[in-house]
Design a protein around this ligand. Structure first.
Ligand code: ZN
Length: 126
């Protein structure tokens, strides 16, 4: 489990834990995914709309981030102000959103590997 978390944090392929999931782009560009793992060649593309589900994972990460920010404000810094607490929840979600986009897709890949049991190609319909 700890290994899986470090794989996700390092943005490595969730199957072989070696290849990079995302292409190296400069900080300001939108992250671009590799079409397959450069090491184990697992498919990262999936069927159209495959990464729609990663949105739910992303939402979960945002909620966990906000709860963590709240707990840190309240119990570590002892902040009682509701406004400051809400502001720090929002700021922490914005700060983590760059990483959240990447992490949620890697977690989604791990939960539902593309093509495993979801072959919707025309071959099956014939
Ligand atoms: Zn791989």
């Amino acid at each position: 489990m700890g290994n899986l978390i470090s794989t996700i944090l390092k943005e490595k392929c969730p199957f072989c834990e070696k290849g990079n999931v995302f292409k190296k782009v400069s900080f300001l560009h939108l992250p671009e995914m590799n079409e397959q793992c450069p090491v184990c060649k697992r498919d990262f593309t999936g069927e159209p709309g495959y990464y729609f589900g990663a949105m739910y994972v992303s939402y979960g990460i945002a909620v966990i981030t906000a709860i963590s920010a709240f707990l840190i404000c309240r119990f570590i810094f002892g902040i009682k102000s509701v406004n400051i607490t809400i502001a720090s929840c929002i700021i922490s979600i914005i700060l983590i959103s760059f990483k959240n986009f990447r992490w949620s897709r890697i977690i989604w890949l791990k939960i539902f590997p593309p093509g495993a049991n979801t072959n919707f190609s025309n071959k099956q319909l014939k």
